[in-house]
Design a binder for this molecule. Sequence first.
Ligand code: GAR
Length: 189
Amino acid sequence: KVKAAVFASGTGSNFQAMLQKKFLEAEIVLLVCDRPDAKVIEIADKYHIPVYARPPMDFPSKAAYEKKVLKQLQVHRVEWIFLAGYMRLIGDTLLSVFPNRIINIHPSLLPAFPGKEAIEQAVRAGVKVTGVTIHFVDSGMDTGQIIAQQAVKMKKGESLSQLTKRIQSVEHRLYPETINKLLSRSNGL
Ligand code: GAR
């Protein structure tokens, strides 16, 4: 199996969904987390997955932080990176070593509502349909080539937290499925 690292900053429900998938084409060998107090670390511990959790603030620059992360990725022989609620832009240090090997999940139909609080942005804009996007990561904010999307229709009178739940349940199915499709396609390359 292809070895992958997950990068996350928060709760880790997408990370957990990958770990719970009956068959995932990737073996998750490392969690990289930029917040040492994040919930996602507990999930990694439960599944005995090694964690690298150092705040980027401890380093003099983004490049210095990413060089340290890269060392860890190399130690674990990581070939793919899955961002799952990692709230930071990836810099050139990692992008140049993993060209088209970093993917991200975002809770909107990109290019609409990039960045933070995408679900709130969609509600405020009054759109009737939002959704989930999985895309390759480039140096921009949620701008890379789109791999998969699924629409989620707004319901009248629905609260933000109910909508968030429905979007997340789509994410938890779509992310592992898309990883499987993508990796089975690129295995022969
Ligand atoms: C997910 O909804 C993910 O799409 C979003 O953060 C959440 C993380 O949840 N990512 C972004 O907004 C990226 N711009 P999780 O920690 O429970 O997986």
